[in-house]
Design a protein around this ligand. Structure first.
Ligand code: ZN
Length: 304
C-alpha cells in the first residue's frame, strides 16, 4: 500500500474509533506495515478523534524512529510483538472498548460461542491475564496469544485486533464491542444462550476455511472442535437448554426468588394483590405457585 494511502486510512480509522466510542482522549494506538517493511504508527499523546498527518511517525521493526514528529507510544511494543509473532499481520489497532473492558473487570469471559457470525470470523475471544501497561511483559503476552487469535482482550485494559489492513483490524474491534453489547443486553434481559457445541464447531470450521484466520488456527479447521477452547465444547451438554427452549428449571427460579429480600418479595406480592393478580387463584398451577411463594417466605423467615 502506498504510504500516502496508508496515512489517509490511519487517520480515517482513528477518527472512527473515537466516533464509535471505542476509545477516548489519548487512548489507543494504530499501526500498519508499509511496502518497504517499515511501520507507520500513531505518536504518543495524540487524540485519535483529532488525529492528523503530523501525528503519524514511521518506525523500523525494532521501534526506532525513521521519520516524523514526536515519539511512538510505549504501547507500540505490543504492535511489534504482533508483527513478530505472525508475518501475515499487516495492521494492528489497540483501543479501550468500554463494554468489552467492563467484561474483564466483572470477570465475565467473552471466550464463548454466542453469535454465529462472530464464531465464523473471530472464534472465541480470550481475556489475557493482567499485566502492567507499556511493559515488555504485556507485549510478550499479547504476541503469544495473537498467534492463535485475531482479537484479544487484556484484563482491565483494552483490545488488540489485527488484520491484513487497518480496516480489517478495525472491523474486528467493532465486532468485539458489538458482541459485548449484545451479550450484556441479553444478560440484562434474563440470560445468555450459548450455541450448541456441535453448531459452534461447524461454524468455526467453516469460517476458518472460508475467511481464514491465524495460520495456526486454520491448521486446526478440520480437527474436533476446530480452534475453539474446551470450554466452548462443554458450555452446554443439553441442546434444548442451549437453544433456549422452555423456562428456567424450578430450582433456578427458586434460587432467583431466594435471592430477593423478604421486603421486596412482600412488596411485589402486595403490588400483585393491588392489580388483582392474586384473584387468579383458582387454577391448580396458580395455587401451586402461591404455595411455593409461601414456602419461600417461610424459609426466608427461618433463615434470619
Ligand atoms: Zn491501552
Amino acid at each position: 500500500m502506498l504510504e500516502a494511502h496508508a496515512r489517509q486510512q490511519m487517520i480515517r480509522i482513528a477518527h472512527l474509533c473515537y466516533e464509535r466510542h471505542l476509545l477516548v482522549a489519548m487512548d489507543g494506538n494504530l499501526s500498519s506495515v508499509l511496502d518497504d517493511g517499515s511501520i507507520l504508527c500513531t505518536r504518543a499523546g495524540c487524540h485519535k478523534g483529532f488525529l492528523c498527518d503530523d501525528d503519524l511517525v514511521v518506525i523500523d521493526r525494532t521501534g526506532a524512529k525513521i521519520r516524523g514528529e514526536g515519539v511512538p507510544t510505549s504501547e507500540m511494543a505490543m504492535h511489534l510483538a504482533c508483527y513478530q509473532a505472525r508475518p501475515d499481520i499487516r495492521a494492528v489497532v489497540h483501543a479501550h472498548p468500554p463494554i468489552a473492558v467492563a467484561f474483564t473487570i466483572a470477570g465475565v469471559s467473552m471466550e464463548r460461542c454466542v453469535l454465529p457470525e462472530v464464531v465464523l470470523t473471530l472464534g472465541a475471544i480470550p481475556t489475557l491475564d493482567y499485566r502492567t501497561t507499556g511493559t515488555g511483559d504485556l507485549a510478550a503476552l499479547v504476541g503469544e496469544h495473537i498467534r492463535q487469535h485475531d482479537a484479544v482482550l487484556m484484563d482491565r485494559h483494552g483490545a488488540v485486533c489485527v488484520g491484513n489492513d487497518l480496516l480489517e483490524a478495525f472491523c474486528r474491534l467493532e465486532t468485539m464491542e458489538h458482541t459485548a453489547l449484545i451479550t450484556k443486553t441479553a444478560q440484562d434481559l434474563g440470560r445468555v444462550k450459548d450455541l450448541p457445541p456441535h453448531e459452534a464447531e461447524r461454524l468455526r470450521s467453516m469460517g476458518l476455511k472460508r475467511y481464514g484466520g491465524p495460520p495456526s488456527a486454520v491448521a486446526q479447521a478440520d480437527l474436533p472442535g476446530a480452534d475453539l477452547p474446551a470450554a466452548c465444547m462443554t458450555c452446554s451438554d443439553d441442546e434444548s437448554k442451549a437453544a433456549g427452549e422452555g423456562p428456567p428449571s424450578p430450582a433456578i427460579r427458586m434460587a432467583q426468588l431466594r435471592a430477593v429480600s423478604e421486603d421486596t418479595l412482600q412488596s411485589a406480592l402486595s403490588d400483585a394483590a393491588r392489580f388483582g393478580l392474586t384473584g387468579a387463584v383458582g387454577s391448580g398451577e396458580t395455587e401451586l405457585e402461591q404455595a411455593v411463594v409461601d414456602a419461600v417466605i417461610q424459609a426466608l423467615r427461618d433463615g434470619r
